[in-house]
Every structure is written in C-alpha cells, then in structure tokens.
Design a protein around this ligand. Structure first.
Ligand SMILES: C[S@@+](CC[C@H](N)C(=O)[O-])C[C@H]1O[C@@H](n2cnc3c(N)ncnc32)[C@H](O)[C@@H]1O
Length: 424
C-alpha cells in the first residue's frame, strides 16, 4: 500500500516530510510556486531547539513569538494551577481564564513546551490556535493548515506520538476526513479515530461582539462570527496520567488533586512529611515529585497498600526517598521519626476502605494522630468526602487545629474538599 508509513515521532520532524516542507519553502522563496508557503517566516510554536533554560531562576526574556498554551484543570483547582504556572513557567503575564470556559486557563509561553509537561495540577495542555474562519472546512487551506502542522510538530518535539484523533462535533464529516488526510500527508501521523494518541480538539471560538467585548451580563448579543479554535494536545496522554502509577488502587486519590494538596500545604525542602492512611502512595509521591523533603513517611494499616505504595514510589524514582510503614494511625509505632512539619491524608470514604458509620471515629483518629506527631505551626492537609463529619470533628478539635483554607473540588462526579489546617 502506498502512502505515508506511520512511525513514532521524537525530537524532530520526520525527514521525508520535513524535506517536503522545506522544499515548499524554498520553492516559494524562489518564486516557483505562486502560493505562500504554509508556515514560512514563522517560528514554530514551542520551538525548543535552543539550549534549555532553567525556568525556575529567571523570567523568560522576550524571544521568539510565544506559544499560546491552554491548560485544563479539575473544577476547584484553577487558583492552584494559576499559582503553579506562575512559579514554573514564569510567564510575562499571569495565565488568564479561557473565555467561555470554566475549566481552562491560557498562558503565553516563550520557553520549550517540555516546560509545560512538568505542570502537575493541570489535567491536559494544548497548543491553542484560533482561526477566523466560518467552518472547519476552511482549516485545510494553505496558511491555516500550516499553522496546525506547526503546532503538531511542536507537540511532537515535546513528546512523541504516532497517531492522532479529533475531538470535535462532526468529526465524521467530509471536512474532517480532508483535514485528517492533509495532516497525515504533512506529518506522517496515522489518523486513528478511536485510539489516536495526539488529540486535536476543534471547537467553536468564544462568542464576541464587534466592539471586542464578550457578550453576556446584559451586553448586546454577539455579532461577529466566533471562528474556530484548534487545540493540539501536548503529549500523547493527558498530563494527569501518571506513568509512576504501576499499581492501581481502588479509591486512590486523583493525582492532580494530590499535587494541588502539596502546593496548598506549601513545598519546603526542609519539611518532614508524613502521609497518614497512605494507600497506594499518591499524596506522598506527588509531594516528593513537587520538590525535595527532609523526610517522607507513609503509613497505612493495610500491608497490601504499603506494598503497592512501595512499587509506585519505585516507578516514580523515589524508592530511596520514601519510607512506607504498615501500622494503624491510632497506634503509631514510637520509633516513627518526627515531629513532622506537613501531614497529608485522604481518609477512607464510601464503602471501599471503611464505612460512613465509622467516619467520625476515623477522622477523629486522624486528627489526633497528626496532632501527636507534629509541633505548633505544622500543617495538615486533608482531602475528605465526609464534609459534615469533618466539620464536626474540627469543631471538637478547634483548640488543636485552625482552618486556614477549605476548597471544594470536583472529580468524576464526586465533590470532596481539601482542608488546610494549622496546628495551634
Ligand atoms: C482513600 S484510601 C487512601 C488512598 C491513597 N491516597 C491512594 O492514593 O492510594 C484510605 C486508606 O486509609 C487506610 N486506613 C483506614 N483506616 C486506617 C487506620 N486506622 N490506620 C491506617 N490506615 C488506615 C486504608 O487502608 C486505605 O488505604
């Protein structure tokens, strides 16, 4: 069969396709083609062939054109993600909400797109493109297609993929078949509508008025065609998918929520960190992946859980940095080190590892254990689904713990809360 052979992409464009693109540019420069080349003169988004910079130490200086990056998050975690973006990517302007969406921020990023892959509280990251076109059919025309192809290559340079798929209303239409064929022709990626790794979302742009304002709040209705957005995901999997999770534990915490808990509790290299009721280790692993700690100990009553946590931590490259102890938090072994500066916990909920009838006892035991192993000024960050129970236990222990913040999050139909408590 003729046609482009699928292959796994890595750092650079596939040579045959690259040559073809280059040839087109040269043809155009030499005037042998009447049409303007797809992307001539434009720096590719997220071009990371420059030497890597340490993004922690210095703000990005104006350089080549920035890449517009859209980041999705679990509802409730927008502020944490914004803070993580500011600390990690150091953008010139803070990330902004995406117009018309409640679960996404957009930021102009000048550095390599591999920086974006280090964000731990985001669900997914996309190169964001906007087109003032009336319908997706127009996206296959020269300049538009060139921008999409550039964004695909920018994503591939950050992390390889061999297939792609669309997430779009009407993705079975002739217009999308044509766009898929053009992308395959330009990149060598195979279109796999169900299992494609690289996701391209195509959606209507945000409604707007001719005065440039967002309609709503009594303003006149939008009178400008909103055009279309194309979002090219950076990486073959969402950022929230963790490669370290080699052992799946029913009831394991969502990793982006776990990462958010660490940020809310504060990440300090000198902290001694204790994860009570640690299960398969998500909270402690995400804490250690966010930054070093002086000590990291996880405790769970179930030996199978501590075995899973040990495997997950090893897969995360943390085998030597975390210790897992099998014990009941109500009778912690005296030899357990401490006192701890930060305690992380997500006590059992539902019927998986406990029951509602024991929730008061479990939450009370957790707060007692944390108090006993900490000093004044230490922080306890708890994720719980048992809101009424937690509120009661906090009232009972008001002399020991004060609530610094309380945050509702939404994950897979559940609405747990993150409590950040200060020890008195
Ligand atoms: C919701 S799960 C924790 C999940 C974990 N964060 C993860 O991501 O895998 C709650 C855990 O509490 C543990 N647990 C329940 N009662 C306990 C107790 N009294 N002492 C220690 N661990 C306990 C259970 O074995 C279970 O692993």
């Amino acid at each position: 069969m003729n046609g482009p052979r699928p292959r796994r992409h890595g750092e650079s464009r596939p040579s045959r396709q690259h040559d073809r693109q280059t040839d087109r540019r040269q043809d155009s420069r030499e005037g042998t083609r009447p049409a303007r080349p797809a992307s001539a003169g434009r720096p590719a988004p997220g071009d990371d062939r420059r030497p890597r910079r340490d993004t922690r130490d210095a703000p990005h200086r104006p350089g080549p054109r920035p890449t517009r990056v859209e980041l999705t998050f679990l509802p409730g975690l927008g502020d944490v993600l914004q803070e993580e973006i500011a600390a990690t990517l150091r953008p010139e302007r803070p990330a902004q909400p995406v117009r018309g969406r409640e679960d996404a921020l957009v930021v102009e990023h000048r550095g390599p797109l591999t920086d974006v892959l280090t964000l731990r509280t985001a669900v997914a990251a996309f190169v964001s493109l906007h087109f003032d076109v009336p319908r997706p059919r127009s996206l296959t025309s020269g300049d538009h297609l060139g921008r999409i192809v550039d964004a695909v290559y920018a994503s591939l340079r950050a992390r390889g993929s061999s297939t792609f798929r669309f997430e779009a209303a009407g993705r079975d239409s002739v217009a999308f078949a044509k766009l898929a064929a053009a992308l395959t022709e330009a990149t060598g990626l195979r279109h796999d509508d169900t299992g494609g790794e690289l996701v391209l979302k195509v959606r209507r742009g945000a409604a707007r008025s001719s005065d440039g304002r967002n309609p709503g709040g009594g303003r006149p209705a939008a009178d400008v065609d909103p055009g279309w957005d194309v979002l090219v995901r950076i990486g073959p999997r969402p950022l929230s998918a963790r490669t370290w999770r080699v052992r799946d534990y029913p009831g394991a915490a969502n990793a982006t929520i776990a990462a958010a808990m660490s940020r809310l509790g504060g990440i300090h290299a000198e902290d001694r960190v204790l994860n009570l009721m640690s299960g398969s280790g998500t909270l402690l692993i995400e804490r250690l992946l966010a930054g070093p700690a002086a000590l990291a100990v996880g405790v769970d009553v179930d030996p199978d859980s501590t075995a899973m946590a040990t495997e997950n931590a090893a897969a995360a490259g943390l085998a030597r940095r975390a210790t897992w102890v099998t014990a009941d938090v109500r009778s912690l072994p005296p030899e357990l080190d401490g006192p701890f500066d930060l305690v992380l916990a997500d006590p059992p909920w539902g019927t998986l590892h406990g029951s509602h009838s024991t929730a008061v006892e479990v939450h009370t035991g957790l707060l007692h254990a944390a108090y006993d192993r900490t000093a004044p000024g230490s922080r306890l960050v708890v994720l719980t689904h048992e809101i009424a129970v937690m509120e009661k236990v906090l009232r009972d222990q008001a002399a020991r713990w004060t609530v610094r913040t309380e945050q509702r999050v939404f994950a897979k139909g559940h609405h747990p809360r993150i409590y950040v408590l200060d020890r008195t």
